[in-house]
Every structure is written in structure tokens, then in C-alpha cells.
Ligand binder design. Structure first.
Ligand code: CP3
Length: 347
């Protein structure tokens, strides 16, 4: 197959809001613990060692794409790896999720953080992109990814996952200059990191701002938007950018102002409303509730159909979940839902 079949793949066409003969679909966390092939690898290596082994990363990403028949593959990696070259400790504990060590409490702490050169210390990520691209079917696009500055800063300040992000909010409101300086430092690193993935062969980029839903529209605009915009505009032109957030239903217009060719929304908002708010001049990605994949078959079918109906056949819809696949999901339901999207959207 030629370069051409990749450029005209349904996923990349949908990113550009071009007509496709069916709605392309892929799922966040499509390579993960719900899949026995993944668990077999994880029985032998820790999560961090897996992320740092480009051959295994490629194997996991390609196996998942082929097994479920997704229209794109996502790089196997993690959002938080970029924190290590900044000097933070990173540990994945089973049950409690990731733990980040290294305190940031003042402007001086921010100033002490190194200017990051991800090309050097995150070489294993570029290697994983290269190996994954080489072993994927030529017409299947590879999505590279990074966290956006807010979600990365929130992990740095909280030290772990959180529901209310009190430390991050405290820091941004009481030390706004230090906050903006931290966000700028992270932004510069993310731009280099993402452009490195593109150079290594990523065909599209998804930027995760998983936790922005804890902010109001005003907070988003003041503390986050300029930095997300700087990152998005620093990414090499011509490569589609998917801008992902959860809980953004109340401020999608503002969220969209930061940029992105595709806006990815979660399941707390109806897709038709989300697209109307984001604007029809961007593509939309979403938004099946990940738990629908654990429910009864008849319900899964009707929920898939409802989302496709809400998209109304308009070019530029990429079917996905509102958030990632959960570990207890039956793999057959994932395969069935992808078949359903293809079958019900055929035009
Ligand atoms: O298939 C894929 O989507 C690609 C791989 C991928 C992982 N993490 C693998 C992973 C991607 C794109 C991510 C992104 C990521 N990582 C995000 C953004 C997406 C989101 O969920 O909002 C975030 C916030 C993280 C940070 C992270 N990594 C958390 C909070 C956790 C623990 C929670 C959990 O699900 O266990 C991880 C670990 C992680 N990242 C796993 C996988 C497959 C599970 C690790 C294991 O095998 O034990």
C-alpha cells in the first residue's frame, strides 16, 4: 500500500472533515488490561518497563488495533512519562494509580525545574513510535499523544490523581505568576515532545486535558487556555490535532478556542449539542459511555445508534468513548461495538 492509502484513511479524512463511506472508530485505552494479550505481557514486566520497551509497546498497540478492528492505533505509552526528565519520581502502584514525587510549592521550585530536552531522555518514546509505525498495517494511522499543560501541572502539584484538585487550584489562584511560569515550561517541553513523535512517524496527535472539567469557564480562560493554545499552535502543521477533555460540556466554546482540528467530548453531554457548541467548522470525537461496553448487547446497539444519529452523517465525526475502556470490559463487546459503528454508519 502507498502513502496515499494512509492519507485517505477514513480516520484522517474525518479529522479533515471530509466525507467517508463509514464513520471511523477507535477507543481510548484500546490497548490495556481488558485484553488477555496485554495482561500476559504485564505478568512479565512492570508497567514502566513496558512503556520503556519500544518493541513491546509496538506489539501491544498493534495487537490491540488488529484484534478489535479499530480504524486507528494509538501509541502505547503514558501521559506521565514526560515528568521523569523534569526530575520528578514516578511510580505506578496497583490500585492507587500513579504517584509523582518532587514538590512544587513556590516560584523558586518552578525556576529550578530544568528546561526539558525530551528528544534525548524520552528517546524510548520516539523509538516506540517508529517501531509501531513500522509494524502497523500501512493504511492504519498511528496516533501519538501527550498531556496538555494543565493536566500535567495538576499531576505535578497533587502528586497523584485527584477529584477536586485543591492543590492545583490553590497554586494557580494564590501564585498566578508561578503558575503561568510552570505552564510555560511544560508547554515548551510538550511541543518538543509531540513534534519528536511526529518526526518519528505519528500521523495524528491527541492532546489529553483529562482534568479540565474541574474548572469553570472563567478559570479555564485565565489559567489554561493561553497555554493549550501555545502548545497546539506549536505543533507541526499538517498533522491533525485532537483536543480531548472531560467535563467540558459547560464551556466547550471556550475549550475549542484553544484549538484543535478535532474536539473530543465525553459522555456527559449529547453529541449533537456538543458539536453545535464546538462549532461545525471542527471535527468531533466521541462519545459513548465506556461503561456501555459492559452492559447488555441490545442496549449497546441502541446507544451506538443514538450517537451516530446525533452526528447525523455529517462529515467529521470520529466515533470513540467519552473516556478510556475500563479493565473489566469484555473484549467481545469492544469488537462488537466497532463492527456496529461500521455497519450502522455505512453510507
Ligand atoms: O491504549 C491507549 O489508550 C494507549 C495508552 C495510554 C495509557 N495511558 C496506558 C496506560 C494512554 C493514551 C494513556 C494516557 C493517560 N495516562 C491519561 C490520559 C487519558 C485519561 O485517562 O484521561 C492519564 C490521565 C494517564 C495517567 C495514568 N496512567 C493513570 C491515572 C493510570 C492509572 C489508572 C489506571 O487505569 O490504571 C495510568 C496507568 C496506565 N496507563 C495503564 C495503561 C494501560 C494501566 C497500567 C497497568 O497495566 O497496570
Amino acid at each position: 500500500m502507498t502513502m496515499n492509502s494512509l492519507k485517505t484513511s477514513p480516520f484522517l479524512k474525518a479529522c479533515r472533515r471530509e466525507k467517508t463511506s463509514f464513520t471511523p472508530v477507535w477507543f481510548m485505552r484500546q490497548a490495556g488490561r481488558y485484553m488477555k494479550e496485554y495482561r500476559a505481557i504485564r505478568d512479565k514486566v512492570s508497567f514502566l518497563d513496558l512503556c520503556k520497551n519500544p518493541d513491546l509497546c509496538a506489539e501491544v498497540a498493534v495487537t490491540a488495533q488488529e484484534k478489535i478492528g479499530a480504524d486507528a492505533a494509538i501509541l502505547f505509552s503514558d501521559l506521565l512519562l514526560i515528568l521523569e526528565p523534569f526530575g520528578f519520581g514516578l511510580e505506578y502502584t496497583s490500585g492507587d494509580g500513579p504517584v509523582i514525587t518532587g514538590k512544587i510549592e513556590s516560584r523558586a521550585d518552578v525556576d529550578r525545574l530544568p528546561e526539558m530536552e525530551p528528544d534525548g531522555s524520552l528517546q524510548y518514546v520516539s523509538d516506540a513510535v517508529r517501531k509501531t509505525r513500522a509494524s502497523l498495517k500501512p493504511a492504519i494511522p498511528l496516533i501519538g499523544f501527550s498531556g496538555l499543560p494543565f493536566t500535567l501541572a495538576a499531576y505535578i502539584l497533587e502528586g497523584k490523581s485527584s477529584r477536586i484538585f485543591s492543590k492545583a487550584k490553590h497554586f494557580m489562584t494564590f501564585q498566578p505568576a508561578a503558575w503561568h511560569s510552570l505552564m510555560e515550561k511544560i508547554s515548551r517541553a510538550v511541543i518538543r515532545y509531540v513534534n519528536g513523535q511526529i518526526k518519528a512517524g505519528a500521523d495524528a496527535i491527541q492532546l489529553f486535558d483529562s482534568w479540565v472539567g474541574c474548572l469553570s469557564s472563567e478559570e479555564y480562560r485565565e489559567y489554561v487556555l493561553p497555554h493549550s493554545r501555545a502548545v497546539i499552535s506549536g505543533i507541526q502543521k499538517g498533522v491533525p490535532v485532537i483536543h480531548f477533555g472531560t467535563g467540558t460540556g459547560s464551556f466547550l466554546k471556550t475549550f475549542r478556542e484553544a484549538g484543535g482540528d478535532v474536539i473530543s467530548v465525553d459522555h456527559r453531554i449529547a453529541l449533537d449539542q456538543a458539536w453545535e457548541q464546538a462549532g461545525y467548522d471542527v471535527a468531533i470525537q466521541g462519545n459513548l459511555d465506556p461503561l456501555a461496553l459492559c452492559g447488555p448487547a441490545a442496549q449497546l446497539r441502541s446507544r451506538v445508534k443514538k450517537i451516530l444519529d446525533q452526528a447525523g452523517g455529517r462529515p467529521g465525526h470520529i466515533f470513540n468513548l467519552g473516556h478510556g475502556i475500563v479493565p473489566q470490559t469484555p473484549v467481545d463487546n469492544v469488537i462488537r461495538s466497532i463492527d456496529l459503528v461500521h455497519e450502522l454508519s455505512a453510507r
